[in-house]
Design a protein around this ligand. Sequence first.
Ligand code: ADP
Ligand code: MG
Length: 692
Amino acid sequence: MFDGDPYLTQVKYVRMIGPRRAGQLARLGLYTVHELLYHFPREYVDRSRLISPFERHSGDIVTVVGRVISCQHNQPRKGLTVTKAAMECARGVFYAVWFNQLHIKKLLKPGTRVYISGKLNKGFGHFEVQVQDYEIITGDGESLHAGRIVPVYPSTGGVTQRMMRTFVHAALEQWHQGYREFLPRRVMDEEGLMALPEALKQVHFPDSHALAEQARRRFIFEELFLFQLQLALLRRNIVRMQKGHSYEPVSELTRKYIAGLGFMLTAAQRRVVGEIMADMDGPHPMNRLLQGDVGSGKTVVAVLMLLRAVESGLQGALMAPTEVLAEQHYLSLTRSLVPLGVRVAFLSGGVPAKERRALLEQIAAGEISIIVGTQALLQKDVEFKKLAVAVIDEQHRFGVRQRGNLPQKGVHPDLLIMTATPIPRTLSMTVYGDLDMSVIDALPPGRQPVRTYYVAPEELSRVFKFAARQVAEGRQAYVVCPLVEESEKLDLQAAVDLHRQLAAGELHECRVALLHGRMKRSDKELVMEQFRSGNLDVLVSTTVIEVGVDVPNASVMVIVDADRFGLAQLHQLRGRVGRGDSQAHCILSARLRSREAAERIKAMKASQDGFYLAERDLQIRGPGDMAGVRQSGMPEFRLANIIRDRDLLGTARRWAKALIGDDPELRAGEYHLLRLALERYNKEGSGYHHIG
Ligand code: ADP
Ligand code: MG
């Protein structure tokens, strides 16, 4: 019974779904038959085996087939009707009870056979089942709601589970033959994947748990494979593009900059710079991810890349996720490059309109060589004369979508994305699969590991006195308070209070300032600049300093309520100290209410390695909790969980690369259906539903 194209047919054409029901399904985002059929069950309830009420205890879930003896309604109070049917089965008589389901009585004619599934309530030889699901046995047709493994759907809104099952079943009957396998034969065979039409049936109405698993595996593979194909094609397109500029050899300006650094580049930095320069000399736009732990020295690498553009009479842009970080980059570039005659400018949402207008003109005229800023750089009216290099810092704070936008500002500029590994290396290929990868895998020499301690909140006073002593020795300190959106007001107040308390108390001999995201831009700028130049000793701050802030003289990091931070954040914060050559200290204070919080603190004490901590973070969270991964701009999948399914992810990636390698356009006849599936996938936007 093939009934048209499931991808194009609206749900209202499914038997039993009228326009009204279609409206309800639309609210769940299910418009087409295909969307309905790809709305997979959240879980299954096994009602395939009969579990007799006569062998069970009160509270147990039982499944039983009974024959109706009699049935009656009553209304013990207003708003509650009870339908109670006496039923018999092989072992005796029991009662089935429904609440507020008036229509049920007419279905329960004496002699009718019914599957009953529900909770047992037992008393004095009286067996009563509170019905959760039932199904009248008619003799023909499959049972959907009982007597089998039954699907349970996610959020059904106004649509009941019974309705969902009925709709999906009807859609399957009419359309599942309309599905043709689009995964290549070779892949299916080698990976032992269940064929599409069968998988659709088994994923909704499985004949066994094993078959349900096989069906799900097929769909997990399918979405990972399409996603990886999309990345592989994206990558191939970039590789084929010709960039609109070329560079002069490295010259005087770069040499002067390096000479002024006051340190030697590490071997890792030199290797990475080499990789970047080679890309820049190539005919295709560079598309490279630079991974390196906090403090590994990514900024210098970015500056060398930007300088090469400047030396060639071209422009470069550096985009950072927060104002504080963008400003810091701006100030440090100003300090090191303006003396060399390079024109650097700053652009963020906070720049006044008049100033901004003048700036945009200079950028468009090519009078400014390097522009540093926030996402404000992506605004439409920001036009460059010749943008050749685009650097995006701390990529994990941006959605992956934004990564595509900055390059559009130029004629295929060379793109460098920098990140301090918010996710394990094993997973980064999922989000960054379309990028070449460079890794700075060693910290600059002379860095001593940060000493990390845990203290209970009662001991904080002692910690602040320690900070005061460090300040007396010429060091600087951070005190960080959490700030989360849900309790922003309270959090902000806590930071304000702590600042006041410290300035009057333990740190009264220090110059203490407050820094938080709600302050005016000019005030933030002033505070940061004073801290950087050593005119302030202690910064009490909310997490605005989390990424990128670089003050080598700071040697103490106190984190208050550390249990409210994730492991990646704690690591980032600790990375703010230990940048100079003196011993640094990180003190985590928290009340350890949960096991997870205790585990995170333990991990922080055990390691300083960002890659290790990212792995550990996932272990502590467990594969169910994807919060941290989502933050990294990971796409949302229907069934796949890239942590649980990392093996299948690797397999999907290998196949995607192999296929595109053999046949870059997927031109071969056997790929015809795959190509259509991919087009659909791109259009649906699956894989790019980013939270960003
Ligand atoms: P991140 O990779 O976290 O962005 P930064 O680029 O901010 O790190 O560098 C951290 C600190 O290390 C900065 O103070 C920077 O000047 C310094 N640094 C960078 N490279 C070296 C090096 N090769 N030797 C010594 N210090 C370095
Ligand atoms: Mg940085």
